[in-house]
Design a protein around this ligand. Sequence first.
Ligand SMILES: NC(=O)C1=CN([C@@H]2O[C@H](COP(=O)(O)OP(=O)(O)OC[C@H]3O[C@@H](n4cnc5c(N)ncnc54)[C@H](OP(=O)(O)O)[C@@H]3O)[C@@H](O)[C@H]2O)[C@@H](O)CC1
Ligand SMILES: Nc1ncnc2c1ncn2[C@@H]1O[C@H](COP(=O)(O)OP(=O)(O)O)[C@@H](O)[C@H]1O
Ligand SMILES: [K+]
Length: 511
Amino acid sequence: MVVLTADQVRAWDRFTIQHEPISSINLMERAAKCCTEWLCTNLPSSQSSYYIFCGKGNNGADGLAIARMLYEVDRQVDVFILEFGSSGTAEFQQNLQRLHPLPVGIHYIQTGSGFPIVPPGVIIIDALLGTGTTRPVEGEMRALIELINASPNPTISIDMPSGLFADQSTIPFSSVRAAFTLTFQCLKPAQLLAENAAAIGDLQVMDIGLLPRYLNQVQPEYELTGKTLSQSIIRPRNNFSHKGEFGHALLLAGSFGKMGAAVLAARACLRCGPGLLSCFVPEKGISIMQMAVPEAMVVRSTNSDHEKTNANDEHLGGDLPPLHQYQTIGCGPGIGTNPATVQLFKELIANFRKPMVLDADALNILSQNQDLFPSLPPFSILTPHPKEFERLAGKSANETERINKARELAKKHQLIFVLKGHHSLIAMPGGSAYFNMSGNASMAKGGSGDVLTGMLTGLLCRGYTPEQAALLGVHLHGLAGEFASADLGMESVLAGDISDHIAKAFIYLTS
Ligand SMILES: NC(=O)C1=CN([C@@H]2O[C@H](COP(=O)(O)OP(=O)(O)OC[C@H]3O[C@@H](n4cnc5c(N)ncnc54)[C@H](OP(=O)(O)O)[C@@H]3O)[C@@H](O)[C@H]2O)[C@@H](O)CC1
Ligand SMILES: Nc1ncnc2c1ncn2[C@@H]1O[C@H](COP(=O)(O)OP(=O)(O)O)[C@@H](O)[C@H]1O
Ligand SMILES: [K+]
């Protein structure tokens, strides 16, 4: 699966029309057939009446073709065409002519005329606007969209919920809110934004047979993580290997009351293959760590000033252990923002120059000390959730703005940003960006992010490049969540269960 902008999809249509070859109207027939078959297969036959709302572009042309095909399989169909000046595209006109001889009600909604009241049980097909949406909806179009949204009838949008931009956020403007969106051939960027979830509903991708070889010549604005990509990254463990070949990671995590974050990160780190793991935790957390994660070592502050160390025994503080022996460092889960910890973090940045993983309170400290940004080791991986990113980069009006800010910061400071969410966005220093496609809502629980931090630290330590660690780690984390929820159900997965299912995710990717 790929994600392409509206322009790229239009070019893919044209490429297919030219090289298959197939006429535009016949390609549209294929698209309409896919939608009609989906409707007939997925909606109960008792729901056999449709109100199809059409614009006068090719999205509306799809609506007219679907109307004809639904009529041919004995569905009751009424078509409502919103007049807005133009005579419509050639395909619209052609499909209108094909519909005219049939006993399908064709109604024109003129400016100022009344809108229909949709009777109960009738299914609404939204074919007003598709990927050709160029501006926020207003006037009659907006009023009609509001009518559709106000009606309790199920709405199925063709290609895009009308009003929604395909490539960027639409907020604060309105769009249709669909129960299902039947989109063509590939994902569009806006379909991956959490803020559009209520507009898009359940997204179904219809394979309308666009020629795959077009993809060889296109540079997508966004790429997707997935099994093939992860499989291309994963390296086997050599039969003769020993622990020294897989690196030694250091984790800076935990504070009084938040040792769980350290334990979760440490366990997840160890599941990703590092040779050794040491954890630098506050004095009061040492025994917790030793008992909960016997496979990890614990290091304590090298500060000889016992008073200073004891004053910080609930928080990380004092002096760092010697850092040269570590391949990488994961820092942040549960550390808090105590002044002693802030000082420790500054020393860490000043003294460790290899890529590291920064999460949670490490990001909060960074937010309060923005001058540290240029000093971060290049290719470090930062994993903010939306609130943490807001603290780092200021408020964003919408998700597109947030993503663009992350992409700019990644390029400017040569960092990797993982904007966590349902489809986490990975922004690379070279400018590319990936949406993650694994994971589910069973992971929407405290501690899931700590598990990710541990995993990324483990993968970096294991010898993957930072880009590889980010792509593999984020995808693997989501897969582990999916395996956990398959075993335990969506409600009952704990963050530790994600960690306990990393093994299954690895086995799935390597078998
Ligand atoms: N063979 C093919 O070509 C295939 C095409 N396919 C289908 O084509 C769809 C794309 O069709 P499309 O490019 O004609 O654009 P569409 O979304 O119908 O918009 C129409 C026009 O509306 C206008 N407009 C824009 N914003 C507006 C607004 N806010 N309020 C009011 N008007 C607004 C704007 O014109 P403007 O007014 O800017 O001149 C725009 O051109 C695609 O989603 C898929 O369904 C599939 O069947 C596969 C095969
Ligand atoms: N609905 C969801 N679908 C997919 N992944 C999710 C979902 N909810 C949460 N996650 C994942 O779980 C992790 C949560 O991270 P975060 O908010 O930092 O949690 P915490 O700080 O409690 O550890 C992220 O990696 C995120 O992508
Ligand atoms: K639509």
